[in-house]
Design a protein around this ligand. Structure first.
Ligand SMILES: *Cc1c(COP(=O)(O)O)cnc(C)c1O
Length: 480
């Protein structure tokens, strides 16, 4: 399998998996996609049903992901998947268990049982294995520099801790993460994990990372890389659980189900779109947003209008508070038949004017009819009511992001089974749970002692010079 940019004029300049693994954006500003999506037939689905049942989630992952990788052998890939998806790390031998909500045709696909209690672990744990494997193969090393307001940063740190050839410098806005998130990150004692609390907001952190990356010489000298949500390997890892959930809910190879997905940067649901494009019988992909409804607006109107900082509101499902959906270009590329020139034109226009509009085109009609997308959004009150109702009627406790998914899924109830993807555990958002149910969520045993040890965090001002010195000193010591 070879990869091309969404903006490429042709597939001539394609690259293998291991070359795009460590990269973010393609040089032309587009995102990498496989030249085609491999098709999976009924026979393969039947075989994979046996693989999941007899050999488990990691073996299924190696089957699915193996279709996208030619330059890592199957045995090695299986070994990487086995190390990423253990019962120990995911608190359950099924890795992604699926449970039913009451007696409704509604299910929860539990993606958030990993080390940081958010679904980002599903992709990040495998990315950690891939990075270590590839860096070792190249006798190279990498310094991941990122900014986070919560889930991504902690998930990256738990995936990269203690790994050869990898260090992580993670910037967070001082005092602005939840106590649980701070305890999780700052409690890590691994020398290759460097937490920085910046005096500022998330944008301050992100601007510092951008400024650091703009210094090409520094970037080259310290092998600066990223693990952001546009990384292809993260996406392909997420395709696997659509197959796993489908296999757990259905009994025959032609049974269609739908998925409801709490959506921010369009990474999770884009993986669903890819699974569907491969031939997995998915009826509808239900995109659920919160008050930051950039995507809900698009799926209803055909107009994609990104928001500015002032228009982006802080909600009780903070991991979905996005101003633009960074993975959306991948879907647009598929929608326009991989016509790189059109994709470039639309996203150039977006960069210039903050929006593009495809309403009235045949492509927009296809979004629903051919690609199966529908969408809805929730408010804070909707999420509270949903959390409370599931708790009182079914004794099921869900987090605010998952509540958004359940709320929207219920508006689309039809004949088919719907799997709502659970993206975080309630313990991460204790205040909102208390507001909804009157009680604090239970703390899973593995998080019982979080925050009790010493905190490892370096405080810093909004100071690029200080950040550069910090990278040079800490990474310099590790590489010495
Ligand atoms: C990241 C995240 C989301 C949004 O996922 P996307 O892939 O960005 O659409 C939803 N819920 C939680 C808890 C998250 O951490």
């Amino acid at each position: 399998m070879r990869y091309v940019s969404t903006r490429a004029a042709s597939a001539d300049a394609s690259e293998p998996f291991s070359d795009i693994l460590l990269e973010g954006l393609a040089p032309d500003g587009g995102l990498y996609l496989p030249v085609t999506y491999p098709r999976v037939d009924a026979q393969t689905l039947t075989r994979w049903r046996a693989v999941l049942a007899e050999q488990g989630y990691a073996a299924l992952a190696a089957e699915v992901i193996g279709l996208y990788i030619d330059d890592i052998g199957h045995d090695d890939l299986l070994e990487l998947c086995r190390r990423a998806y253990t019962a120990e790390k995911f608190g359950d031998p099924q890795i992604v268990p699926v449970t039913r909500i009451g007696d409704e045709p509604l299910w929860l696909g539990h993606l958030s049982n990993g080390p940081t209690a958010a679904f980002k672990d599903m992709a990040m744990q495998l990315l950690g294995e891939f990075f270590e494997y590839e860096l070792r193969r190249r006798s190279s090393w990498l310094t991941i520099v990122g900014a986070t307001s919560g889930d991504t940063g902690s998930s990256a740190e738990y995936a990269m801790r203690g790994r050869d050839g990898l260090s992580v410098v993670m910037l967070t806005p001082a005092g602005r993460m939840t106590p649980f998130q701070q305890a999780q990150m700052f409690g890590l004692q691994d020398p290759n994990i460097i937490n920085v609390a910046v005096d500022g907001v998330f944008d301050t952190c992100q601007d510092l990372v951008k400024a650091l990356n703009a210094d090409a010489e520094f970037k080259h000298r310290w092998h600066v890389g990223a693990v952001n949500s546009i990384n292809w390997a993260r996406l392909v890892a997420q395709v696997v659980y659509y197959f796993a959930c489908w296999l757990r809910v259905t009994t025959s190879a032609d049974e269609q189900i739908s998925f409801a997905v709490p959506t921010g940067n369009f990474g999770n649901v884009c993986a669903g779109h890819i699974a569907r494009s491969m031939g997995l019988p998915i009826k509808r992909l239900i995109v659920a947003t919160n008050e930051n409804d950039v995507l809900d607006e698009f799926f209803h109107t055909g107009r994609y209008r990104v928001r500015g900082a002032v228009e982006t509101v802080a909600t009780s499902s903070p991991s979905m508070d996005i101003s633009k959906a960074s993975n959306f270009e991948r879907f647009i590329a598929d929608l326009f038949g991989r016509d790189g020139a059109t994709v470039r034109r639309l996203f150039d226009q977006l960069a210039r004017t903050g929006e593009f509009d495809i309403s009235g085109t045949a492509q927009f009609t296809a979004v629903i009819q051919q690609y199966g997308f529908v969408s809805g959004h929730s408010s804070h009150a909707d999420r509270l009511a949903t959390i409370k109702r599931l708790w009182t009627t079914d004794q099921i406790l869900i987090d605010p992001h998952t509540a958004d998914g359940v709320h929207v899924a219920e508006q689309f109830a039809g004949d088919e089974q719907i799997v709502v993807l659970e993206t975080a555990l309630p313990v991460k958002f204790a205040d909102t749970i208390k507001e909804a149910t009157g009680e604090l969520p239970p703390v899973p045993p593995r998080f019982a002692h979080i925050g009790e040890g010493p905190r490892r965090v370096i405080e810093m001002g909004d100071d690029l010079g200080a950040l550069k010195k910090l990278v040079a000193d800490t990474v310099g010591t590790l590489r010495a």
